[in-house]
Write a protein that binds this ligand. Structure first.
Ligand code: NAP
Length: 249
């Protein structure tokens, strides 16, 4: 397939998990991609895995100066941006009573404020026919006590999807969101400091709760992202659930 021939894409948080699977899919279908992450080891590994059609760089998704530099990098490298996949994020599992101002700010900065401003910085490079895809989460519609700040941030991102879809419709830019449920083979729980045994237990409980009785794979989310980014030419302001039915059934 060559859906992405001649297309340029920026994927924030694309060094592991959903973002990396999406970068691979875009590149396999002809795109040139800039991918961001934070940890030097995964930046290096992602660059090796993605090859010459990707540029993998360090860029903090909560830093406005980093976003300015990123926009400049996209302008210098591509001149225009066809797909902006705003995916960098994670959720800290903290009971409501234990959420500190630091945790709250971290969740809101990474999952709501960062996405807001990265679009503001990049949209001047986006032509008619281009599109933005945000990664929201099942946690923006399901009450999850240990993800209260994260769920609030992702709900803000869902609202932003609609506001920006309305703002950019006159310019021919579509804005949509993909909403994953529990996705396997991402190191997200370990990254936020959960020991492996506890993470396995969380995954087991989640599997039981999913109507399809399994976790999703990053590649399954990537396919939904590609659909929203390229194929869904009469869809804007939408959120596509990739959650084994958990939010609906
Ligand atoms: N996995 C799930 O079950 C699930 C469910 C619902 C929604 N989501 C959402 O899906 C998205 C991708 O998550 P994933 O599951 O693929 O997790 P992941 O494998 O941990 O990937 C997250 C990516 O974001 C990057 N990132 C995190 N904080 C960053 C920052 N401040 N600046 C720049 N990059 C940053 C990570 O890079 P570093 O490793 O270098 O930090 C990594 O590339 C997130 O928005 C997450 O909230 C995931």
């Amino acid at each position: 397939m060559d859906r992405f021939n001649g297309k340029t894409a920026l994927i924030t948080g694309g060094t592991t998990g959903i973002g990396l699977a999406t970068a691979k899919l875009f590149i396999n279908e002809g795109a040139r991609v800039i991918v961001t992450g934070r940890a030097p080891a995964t930046i290096k590994a992602a660059q090796a895995e993605l090859g010459d059609n990707a540029i993998v760089i360090k860029s903090d998704a909560t830093s406005l100066p980093d976003m300015d530099a990123l926009a400049e990098k996209v302008r210098e490298t591509f001149g225009k941006l066809d797909v902006l996949f705003v995916n960098a994020g994670y959720g800290e599992f903290v009971p409501f009573e234990a959420v500190t101002e630091k945790v709250y700010d971290e969740m809101l900065n990474l999952n709501a404020k960062g996405p807001y401003f990265v679009v503001q910085k990049l949209v001047p490079l986006m032509p008619d026919g281009s599109s933005v895809v945000f990664t929201t989460s099942l946690a923006n519609v399901k009450g999850m006590p240990v993800l209260s700040a994260y769920g609030a941030a992702k709900a803000a991102l869902r609202a932003l999807t609609r506001s920006l879809a309305a703002a950019f419709a006159p310019r021919g830019i579509r804005v949509n969101a993909v909403s994953p449920g529990p996705i396997e083979s991402t190191a997200i729980l370990q990254k936020v400091g959960m020991p492996k045994e506890a993470a396995d237990q969380v995954y087991l409980q989640m599997t039981e709760s999913v109507p399809m009785k399994r976790l999703g794979r990053p590649e399954e989310v990537a396919k939904a992202v590609a659909f929203l980014a390229i194929d869904a030419t009469y869809t804007t302001g939408a959120e596509l659930m990739v959650d084994g039915g958990w939010s609906q059934l």
